[in-house]
Design a protein around this ligand. Structure first.
Ligand code: ARG
Length: 459
């Protein structure tokens, strides 16, 4: 006879390899807090409903609390021969209370427990991640404010396009991560739902008070269908998807930091304490940290595909395949948390090379759009103006000049509408000043955006 939780109908011991292959304790022990919290609430409910006596509930409860604090203190020994965290906690409970502890599983399945534990785990992790995003955003705003007046080239197709404020560029990432925050919060509405009471799949014959459990565990609702409750992992997939988007945003900024630190761009210097060297090339200073965040993004995408693929062919309800959801989830949380933490520090270690940024806005005809706009203010249609400026650029290129280096006589050859005021108009700073509509790179708008972001981060 097997000593397993489920050993009753078995006549021989489990093959050792099956034990090892089947077990999840090595990784799901991480869910001990959530598992015990779930059991504590469940035990209170069993007592309240008279499914077990109040006295029995009290004894089980204090044993569970004991186990919790032993694990917290580090005195609890994780017996890795247990199949999973639920088995382990129940075993510890039985060691403390004898047969009393066996009552805790009345009307409950491990299928319900794991659905609950992962939901609680995501709820807790989301709280941490939201805090870390906030710290990242604070560092970003600090960097934007520190470089409030810096002008740099804005790019499309990685070709110089128009001058922008560096702060405006950085604030774009504030907006992206702000949406990530909203997404995490919205997803919580679907995650903070109680699956207990499913009793493996069909619901239970015991008078379980699900609403009480939901309140006890500070969840918002109870699941509406017991088969759905134990089958679906969409809330995990959604969490990893949102994390993938967040990582994508971080990764794009990392890519920019990497190219900005090249000799070709030479826009930034990352401090020595946040860069690394080469074992063979003495001159090298490498941006490993942004490279690693960019690299780890792929790992989170992988977890998303892994989970979606695990789930796609599963019939209702629980299948053991679903045990494969844990490692991708845990690694996603770890990767996102570590990436955000180090990124917030990295942002404080970046110096912008003011002169190089400025020089870069002065070469490459970034003011061409503004020259066309100028001609429109003098009465031309934009199409016509665009064409004229194109001709002017061709001619300037041949002479190896920028637009503002053409003299007025030459300019007038392309359009008699051009006057002396054009030179002030072609100053990159004036291009930025004129973009004063809402959401644009004009200094007043950007200042407002910084102020708004700071206010949002305070609340
Ligand atoms: N370790 C399992 C998992 O992670 C827990 C649920 C087990 N349920 C079962 N009937 N074997 O999915």
């Amino acid at each position: 006879m097997s000593k397993k939780l489920w050993g009753g109908r078995f006549t021989s011991d489990t093959n050792e390899m099956v034990n090892t292959f089947n077990s999840s304790i090595q990784f799901d022990k991480r869910l001990w807090r959530e598992d015990i919290q779930g059991s504590i609430a469940y035990c209170k409910m069993l007592g309240k409903q008279g499914i077990i006596s109040e006295n029995e509930a009290k004894k089980i409860l204090s044993a569970l609390q004991e186990i919790y604090s032993e694990i917290e203190k580090g005195t609890f020994i994780f017996d890795e021969s247990s199949e999973d965290i639920h088995t382990l906690i129940e075993k510890a409970l039985r060691q403390k209370t004898g047969t009393l502890g066996e009552m805790i599983h009345t009307g409950r399945s491990r299928n319900d427990q794991i659905a609950l534990d992962t939901r609680l785990f995501i709820k807790n992790s989301t709280g941490n991640i939201l805090q870390l995003i906030r710290e990242f955003q604070l560092s970003l705003i600090e960097l934007a404010e520190k470089n409030q007046d810096l002008i740099m080239p804005g790019y499309t197709h990685l070709q110089r396009a128009q001058p922008v404020l560096l702060a405006h560029h950085l604030l774009a990432y504030y907006e992206m991560t702000k949406r990530d925050t909203q997404r995490y919060k919205e997803a919580l509405k679907r995650t903070n739902v109680l699956p207990l009471g499913s009793a493996a799949l069909a619901g239970t014959t015991f008078n379980i008070d699900r609403e009480f459990l939901s309140k006890e565990l500070r969840l918002q609702r109870i699941t509406a269908n017991s088969m759905d409750a134990v089958s679906d992992r969409d809330f995990i997939a959604e969490f990893i998807f949102i994390s993938s988007l967040l990582m994508m945003h971080l990764s794009r900024l990392c890519e920019e930091l990497i190219i900005w630190s090249t000799q070709e761009f030479d826009f930034i210097e990352i401090s020595d304490s946040f860069a690394t060297g080469s074992s063979i090339m003495p001159q090298k200073k490498n941006p490993d940290i942004p490279e690693l965040i960019r690299g780890k993004t792929g790992r989170v995408y992988g977890h998303l595909i892994s989970l979606l693929t695990t789930m796609k062919g599963l019939p209702l309800t629980y299948n053991k395949d679903m045990q494969e959801d844990k490692e991708p989830l845990f690694d996603t949380v770890d990767t996102v948390e570590k990436s955000l933490s180090i990124f917030s520090l990295l942002l404080r270690e970046i110096d912008f090379k003011k002169e190089n940024l400025k020089k870069a806005t002065e070469n490459g005809y970034l003011v061409a759009t503004d020259l066309a706009d100028y001609l429109v203010t003098k009465g031309l249609t934009f199409r016509k103006a665009h064409h004229i400026v194109g001709d002017m650029i061709l001619s300037a290129q041949k002479q190896n000049k920028e637009l503002h280096q053409l003299d007025l006589h030459e300019m007038k050859h392309f359009s008699s509408l051009i006057g002396n005021d054009v030179y002030a108009w072609l100053d990159p700073a004036s291009c930025i000043d004129r973009r004063n509509i809402k959401g644009a790179t004009g200094p007043k708008e950007v200042k407002k955006a910084v102020r708004k972001a700071k206010k949002e981060l305070q609340s």
